[in-house]
Design a protein around this ligand. Sequence first.
Ligand SMILES: [Zn+2]
Length: 423
Amino acid sequence: MRLDAGLMGRLAADEALWRDFNDICDCGGRLSGTQSEKRAFALLRERVRAASPANSGRSIPVPYNGWQAKSATLKLPGGTFAPCHPLVRTIATPSSGLTAEVIDLGRGTPDEFEAHKAEIAERIVLVRHELMFAAGTIHRRRKYDMARAHGAVGFLIGGPLAGHVVAGSSGRDSGEGIPALGISPETAAKLARRSTGFPSVTITVETAEGPAETETLVYDYPGQTDEWVVLSAHVDGHDLAESAMDNGTGLAAVLAVARALSPEVAKWRRGLRVMFFSVEEWALTGSAQYVKALGEAERAKIALNVNLDSVAGSPNLAALTSGFAGVEPFLLGVAEANGQSLRTVRPLMTNSDHANFATGGIPAIRLVAGFDDPNAHLRVVLTPADTRDKVAQSELRQATLLTAALVAAACNADPDEAARWRA
Ligand SMILES: [Zn+2]
């Protein structure tokens, strides 16, 4: 269970970890469909090739409904314009814009929607962005769906960080929807209900949509059996900043773990499959297509998916275990044997690519930093403040070491142990 001392030493001294992280951030926010995303894929290819020249990997095409925002404006009562950011795949407005009253539903819980249900139709719903990595979080996409179900004509979400708008996906795939914008907390405060009634705003959103294609990048390092441990991270992000925590941290850690472990895997029971997904921010599309295409027998050969998403920005790491209680003693045992603290969180959270493995019957965990910590830097994920200065090198290295230990132990676990993960 304890990571081999040689491997540990190599990882602890691997200067490429921090270089890779910075180079990934230099690619920009990596919104799917942009040159920034393409630059990141090219960089990942180059870094894997440098570490294992014999493995050219394979690319799985991922068709999806492409979307691009051309412009977005929000005109407040009184005629001034407030900064806003179109949520991914928001529908466009008519060119004359959408003018309607705003109803502030606070956090946007099901109770708040229910209590105001008679007032929502034909209005624009305003809710608040929540810390994503916390028990009981209500995901933005659920709030958007509730707004639509109650007949709202638009959707605004107030961000968590003073002076900054917030990004995220609207939850719409293609077809019908309502215009959806991220705004700053200050703008949200200006849209509170008054004694005179609900404030009225005008939204304009211009978009371009059409068929698009990205890829999933896969590198297989076979072990002695035909079973696999899948180590994954998503490449894509948002165009507000450099998507450093989410998910530059996960990508850099996967590269470092692959670099350290790949020369060893041939001796191990299970192989290591390294996967880089995209369109994760677009309803987990890349991993959904991958898992859906796997036959029953192929799924049975994957012993565990370890998905890294936002693994630094706080020194506290959690493993979201997706309901697979049987994997928790294994994870905790490996963490303890390597002198790391880890907590496990069991409910299935559909907030990253591991969820598609889990719902496909494959034991799957997401490693995430700062879970349930409202003060962690992770609270500014999806804002322009998700920048590299929020990440301490020590945090990224700690996450990388824990990941290497987990993956190595999972590759070597005996069949009885691996069977318990699936139970
Ligand atoms: Zn993410």
